[in-house]
Design a protein around this ligand. Structure first.
Ligand SMILES: [Fe+2]
Length: 270
């Protein structure tokens, strides 16, 4: 039943995105988001499996992943940018599209609310404190899965394997790091896009997502793929950036150790 509903959603997604048929240069950006969506579906399945999610929760997780960036296509077609600050919030735009097309009509209200909330908060600096437990769980799940694939995309760009400038969101390619960004990252605070001035600030903002990761499996994947180091290697070398990078690696290793300790305790107490 759940699989059938998910296939219906995938078919709708494919029909919907195929309507965005732009010139080759712009189409590249549409394709980037189509591919990203499928990758995020895979990442969320991986994290979901590590948590032993039941069939219903896995269905919800995969539906959220499939639709989390549905606003990106309209955003790009209309504004030719993926910067929410320079256009509009792509999460809210996506929710409007889902509701206007009545895509979730067969789901009950509780499940619709979870999906909408998770999409709404997947791209915000913080999740609000008053969210219900289920929505909070799925918002955390999509935030982890989304970050895993964004890191892949931006690393390809920073390593110049992908030259698509839209990935840099139009930030200045200047060698400096702004004090505001540096101080926020040093204090393990979430950096807001409004504070970002240069590509190097953007790199630090993305590295600092490590402080916003929720699940053990996500930490494992970050370590396996060596994401932090790969971004760090593309930053100008200085004591400041090295210091921040070391903090992040220590944090990652501590989280992995703490999580393993917790898992062992759980097994012992069973
Ligand atoms: Fe995304």
């Amino acid at each position: 039943m759940k699989n059938r509903k998910y296939s219906v959603f995938v078919n709708w997604f494919e029909d919907y995105v195929s309507k965005y048929n732009l010139n080759p240069k712009d189409q590249e950006n549409i394709n980037l988001k189509i591919y990203h969506t499928y990758r995020v579906c895979d990442e969320i399945t991986d994290i979901g499996n590590s948590l032993n999610l039941n069939e219903l929760d896995m269905f919800l997780a995969r539906t959220i992943a499939l639709f989390h960036d549905i606003g990106r296509f309209e955003q790009y077609a209309k504004y030719k940018t993926f910067s929410d600050a320079k256009s509009e919030d792509h999460a809210l735009l996506g929710i409007k599209i889902l509701l206007n097309n009545n895509i979730l009509r067969e789901l009950d209200n509780t499940h619709t609310k979870i999906i909408i909330n998770a999409i709404k908060y997947h791209n915000k600096a913080k999740i609000p404190n008053n969210l219900d437990a289920k929505s909070l769980f799925f918002a955390r799940l999509i935030r982890d899965a989304d970050k895993l694939d964004i890191w892949r995309i931006v690393i390809d760009y920073y390593e110049k394997k992908n030259q698509n400038k839209k990935i840099g969101l139009g930030f200045l390619d200047e060698p400096y790091i702004s004090n505001e960004t540096y101080n926020a990252v040093k204090n393990k605070e979430i950096v807001e896009y409004e504070k970002v001035k240069t590509i190097n600030d953007l790199k630090l903002l993305q590295m600092a997502w490590i402080y916003d990761i929720n699940f053990h499996r996500t930490f494992e994947i970050i370590k396996e793929r060596d994401y932090l180091k790969k971004i760090y290697n593309t930053l100008p070398k200085s004591e400041k950036t090295y210091d921040i990078y070391k903090d992040m690696q220590n944090y990652l290793n501590n989280m992995l150790r703490n999580n393993i300790r917790k898992i062992k305790e759980k097994i012992k107490n069973k």
